[in-house]
Design a protein around this ligand. Structure first.
Ligand code: PMP
Ligand code: GLU
Length: 397
């Protein structure tokens, strides 16, 4: 009999959809996958070479639990250079992907009965990680008409004596939203009046378009910084999903607790991947620019294509690599067998069956009425996939 804790959560729906699409492909089904959020670019050669060098030089043993000093220093330089944030080595911990960073934070911070505020739509793993750590997720619904921006008034209403933290993610998965200075100031002002920590997931920071600049909430003031755990990683910025390197910067006391937990659970992240990460952070950055330019072309193409489908409404995403169209106008329409498409899950299933396109229903992100399409795939796949989606939707009656 598995633990009560294990039965509180379901497998990650984004990873489940990816596995399903891969399994269909392996069976020879011509499925187009818009499911998982993973850059379709290969990890740059200079990063791979740094890993090979590390192996040859014998960096194949345990490292300090929270990361090699060289990587901590490269992270500190990056936070200073890109975010204007100054952190010491003791205020940084490297973990096995940003997902692991977030999990360590949850382990280090949450007590039973604590409330954790999560603006919806949210990334799938936030509520699951809160539940796995005996705390309670409290959702604050944001609105499409307001660009899914978290409204400080609503945030204020959601805060109680038991609020331990708020999880912010910008640029956002799944909506692509990014926060400007004044929105962040509004949120910070409310939070500083409470005791809540800010968990700031900035993993999509480099993926911003139209000249939008990323600002970390921790950079607003020393007071805000003292309350914030900045989470970032290399999966998205340097196409390094498989290397599993993420990191957290924050107050020393919490980083120390996270390091203690990591020492008893996973130990250090892979030594070789850490050396590759040093190169990713310190080496040439042209790769990132090329990738962002390509994502930029795709997002405009995808949003236009989606808006041309009857019953689908999509704003052009500002960041990350997801489109999050509103598809609620399709609910109630019927498939050829007579069965109605009732919600985002049944629409996603219909599109998988009928159009052989894999995507994730909005319900997985706490936002019924939407679907998420990852455009971290080729222009050719986007073109084909859009045609298939359009055809399948037109066949609904
Ligand atoms: N945060 C968000 C919002 C994400 O979309 C992802 C993607 N998996 C992660 C964190 C975790 O990324 P990783 O564990 O690969 O660093
Ligand atoms: N973050 C990506 C996504 O949302 C990767 C999958 C995952 O880690 O859940 O698709």
């Amino acid at each position: 009999m598995v633990s009560e804790r294990a039965s509180r959560v379901k497998p990650s729906p984004t990873l489940a959809m990816d596995a399903k699409a891969k399994e269909m492909k392996a069976r020879g089904v011509d499925v187009i996958s818009f499911g998982v959020g993973e850059p379709d670019f290969d990890t740059p050669d200079n990063i791979k070479e740094a890993a090979i060098r590390a192996m040859k030089e014998g960096h194949t043993k345990y490292t300090p639990v929270g990361g090699i000093p060289q990587l901590k220093d490269a992270i500190a330089e990056k936070l200073q250079r890109d975010n204007g944030l100054s952190y010491r080595r003791e205020e940084i911990i490297v973990s096995c992907g940003a997902k692991h960073s977030l999990y360590n934070i949850a382990q280090a911070l949450f007590n039973p009965g604590d409330e954790v505020i999560i603006p919806a739509p949210y990334w799938v793993s936030y509520p699951a990680q809160v539940l796995l750590n005996d705390a309670e997720p409290v959702f604050v619904e944001t609105r499409e008409e307001e660009g899914f921006v978290l409204n400080p008034e609503q945030l204020k209403e959601a805060i109680t004596e038991r609020t331990k933290a708020v999880i912010l993610n910008y640029p956002s998965n799944p909506t692509g939203l990014s926060y400007d200075r004044s929105s962040l100031e509004g949120i910070a002002e409310v939070l500083l009046r409470s005791k809540a920590y800010i968990i700031s997931d900035e993993i999509y920071e480099r993926l911003l378009y139209d000249g939008t600049e990323h600002l970390s909430i921790a950079a607003l003031s020393e007071e805000v910084k003292a309350r914030t755990l900045v989470v970032n990683g290399l999966s998205k910025s340097h196409a390094m999903t498989g290397w599993r390197i993420g990191y957290t910067a924050g107050p020393e006391e919490i980083i120390k607790a996270m390091t203690k937990i990591q020492s008893q659970s996973t130990s250090n992240p892979t030594s070789i991947a850490q050396w590759a990460a040093v190169e990713a952070l310190r080496g040439p950055q042209d790769f990132v620019r090329t990738m962002v330019e390509e994502f930029d072309r795709r997002r405009v193409f995808l949003a236009e294509g989606l808006n041309a489908i009857d019953g689908v409404r999509c704003s052009v995403p500002k960041g990350a690599f997801y489109a999050f169209p509103n598809v609620s106008a399709l609910f109630g329409r019927r498939r050829s067998g007579g069965e109605a498409v009732e919600d985002s899950s049944s629409l996603a299933l219909y599109l998988l069956d009928e159009a052989r396109v894999a995507l994730v229903p909005g319900s997985a992100f706490g936002a019924e009425g939407y679907i998420r399409i990852s455009y971290a795939t080729s222009m050719e796949n986007l073109r084909k996939g859009l045609e298939r989606i359009k055809g399948a939707i037109e066949r609904l009656s």
